[in-house]
Design a protein around this ligand. Structure first.
Ligand code: ADP
Length: 327
């Protein structure tokens, strides 16, 4: 189990990137979802032992990651956002180099281990090819190969799908799902689809605070009945946006297909109730988080407030836990 207690990071500036994050994670895939600048990379780098927090504690299976990083590092795999590769090396040579740096034990030799890992991430076919000829998705798979070497208990994957095309992203999803097994996989992303596809649980981070910890199902259930869709003209859209209720607007044949969050059940004229998506839920959670912090309309936080005991909103879904949100 991974237990994170009151994690704070203040960069020189000062910039407070993390404002006291508490999170407990069991085995399985967990998504950390938030916009750019929310503090995701800072969080992941601290967990990976690469960055010292200003204060707080991180325990992996009862052992203090921050106090004994070298001991814990062996049980930890990390795929950073920007992975440095030597372009002139082949995939196999690059991986062997990374395994050596990581100090992974390889009783049958590093070459044999690299071969197994390349097989695992479906890169055997390109083992002898130079890394500079790899696509974005292939590079990410090579990065994952080094991250899972040594069979880590905790796998930290920072924004892995940014810059991948849809096909590569799908392949990468399959690989991650396969690797999740009995370990904790922490995936940070600003892409809602990553969470919808992969993560049974996720948290939303904004401005260095967790504003929610929930499941995709519970997040959708919390706004059931409150999302409406309709069409508006380009002139009407800015006004609607001003109301702060728009969760999505896409252009279809010159008009805007818009989804709005109307918890009071009174959407604009002509709008119809639709089934909420995780994207809707994410945007509402982000807003309610702000509301809780006193930065937006406080009334909007109500719909995602923790359910009362026995509350089975949305047909027995789990409650949405708002974290660190003052009411
Ligand atoms: P994310 O990964 O969600 O985009 P980051 O953790 O990279 O967020 O950044 C969180 C905040 O900390 C941002 O405001 C960013 O500008 C700031 N930040 C990140 N790294 C540094 C640094 N080395 N020095 C100062 N500020 C930083």
């Amino acid at each position: 189990m991974l237990r994170i207690k009151n994690l704070v990071k203040v960069y020189p500036g000062p910039v407070t990137a993390l404002q006291g994050v508490d999170l407990d994670l069991e085995a399985g895939m967990f998504g950390l979802l938030g916009p750019n600048g929310a503090g995701k990379s800072t969080f992941m780098r601290i967990l990976a032992g690469l960055l010292e927090p200003t204060s707080g504690a991180v325990m992996l299976d009862g052992e203090d990651i921050l106090a004994k990083p070298e001991r814990v590092r062996a049980r930890l795999g990390y795929l950073p956002q920007e992975f440095g590769f030597y372009p002139h090396l082949s995939g196999e040579q690059m991986l062997i180099h990374l395994l050596r740096l990581k100090g992974v034990e390889a009783p049958r030799g590093l070459k044999a281990l690299a071969g197994e890992l390349l097989e695992r991430v479906n890169l055997s076919f390109a083992a002898k090819r130079k890394v500079k000829s790899y696509s974005g998705g292939m590079r990410q798979r090579l990065g994952i190969a080094q991250a899972v070497a040594g069979n880590p208990r905790l796998l930290i994957v920072d924004e892995p799908t940014a810059g991948l095309d849809p096909e590569e992203r799908l392949r990468f999803y399959h690989l991650l799902a396969e690797l999740a097994g009995n370990r904790i996989v922490l995936l940070s992303t600003h892409i809602v689809e990553d969470v919808a596809v992969l993560c049974p649980q996720f948290a939303v981070i904004r401005g260095g605070r967790l504003v929610a910890k929930t499941t995709p199902r519970a997040a959708r259930a919390a706004i059931e009945g409150a999302i409406f869709e309709g069409t508006v003209s380009p002139v009407e859209l800015p006004e609607l946006r001003q109301s702060g209720s728009v969760t999505q607007a896409i252009l279809v044949e010159g008009r805007h297909r818009v989804r709005v969050f109307a918890p009071d059940g009174s959407p604009p004229l002509g709008f119809e109730r639709v089934t909420p998506t995780l994207e809707d839920a994410y945007l509402v959670l982000m807003r309610s988080g702000l509301a809780g912090l006193g930065g937006d309309d406080p009334g909007r936080g109500v719909v995602v407030a923790p359910g009362a005991p026995g509350d089975t909103a949305g047909g027995g879904a789990e409650p949405v836990h708002l974290v660190g949100v003052r009411s």
